[in-house]
Design a protein around this ligand. Sequence first.
Ligand SMILES: [Mn+2]
Length: 487
Amino acid sequence: MDSSTFEYALRLPNSLFKTNREKFFAAFKQKVTEHEKALIVFKGKDDLPVDDTDIDYSVRQESFFYYLFGVQETGCSAAIDITEEKVILFYPRFDEIYKLWMKVLSLEDVQELYPDFEVHFVDEMEEYVKDFSPSQIFINKGVNSDSGAETILPKFKWLEEHKVETELLHPILSECRVTKNPEEITILEIANKISSEAHCWTMKHCKPGVRESYLESKFKAYCMENYNCKIVPYVSICACGPNPSTLHYVVNSDILPDNTMCLIDMGHQVHCYGADITCCYPTNGKFTEKQAAIHNLVVKANRTVQNIMKPGVNWRDMHLLAEKITLEGLKELGIIKEDVDIEEALNERVGFVFQPHGLGHLIGLDTHDVGGYLPNTPTRSTKWGLKNLRTARDLEENMVITVEPGCYFIPSLIQERAVDLGIDIDKYVNLDLALEYRKEVAGVRIEDCVLITEDGVKNLTQVPRTIEQIEACMRGDDWTELPDFEI
Ligand SMILES: [Mn+2]
């Protein structure tokens, strides 16, 4: 990709957010029949100071706010006149002196950036709403099904003077975000392209003796240098030696030993639309037999699932399929005992011992995107492993979801915790051999971002995946054009 003319370096087009709003207006009017002269009120993200200081964290816009308005600037609020389908954007008013420190937009600048909106200052909002005299005000109150945390709520005192509805909006908006419009898909493709390039760049620089943070810096510098991507969508995971078996290891400070594997789970975002990609490779650029066996097993699980995915396929079924492939592969290696019945092992949740996390999650404005569990979808399982799935939905065209099977050798889980959970490990697992493997490969995760198409999938992530491709990339061979492969 030509980085010098990267057209989304500064902003995304307003048309993307207009399409999002049109989808939302249609969904809202279908679900909420009593909306005559109603307003919807949103609060955007404010600056976030570090504790009691006057230094701010780097923040990005709140995702629902960004989804509807495409406004990056902090301190804004917005209202939607649902009858007229009109957006009123309220921008913060700054003292003249503030301009000495920060770049401040005038109201004219704001109007030019957002020509579809009526713009006012934030301190004019109360008066505006009063004059509008809405029949009722809707606000986006809801709980994220992964974190259990509540959405950012507008907490204006003047809301008390109006009839406020808090239940209807969140499931409608969340459902809108589950499938992506064509421009969103383009941006997610670009976020993946950038992140894929950066993964290859990082892979090329991997060598024993450097720190995990060196790999993290290679990845981030590549995206920032070339594409003006400044904020990562999630904390980077750069794990080597025993660390890959800690699923969300983020210390990233150890020195890479020779002859072990790295697990690199990093992504970048293009204005909030992010990628989430994991690559695994040997620190010294050459797979051992055991490393290659586990790596290829997880790649097989990843690609087999992708080959079956299409609209109508259930995600929990894909998780179980990935577990099955992993357990069958481990049986071939002797790590699962030879007389074990795989179906029985699956039912007993032995798959959880080797892959404690879910197969993948919706991705978009949030890395773990909203809409996984809604009133209209299957509910969360209570079984080990399955309850970690961030959705159990049937796949739909234009969803983007990660496919990230893994295989980890986690001593505490295999030896102690599994027994606590009632899993008869001695019956299923050859523990000594599992621990032998762990010395060379503590954990592998192969993660791609995948678009659901009309009749299948398109893998948006393009990184080396075969042993040959990875070893070639790490030797320094051309890494921008890697052919796809058969499993
Ligand atoms: Mn992920």
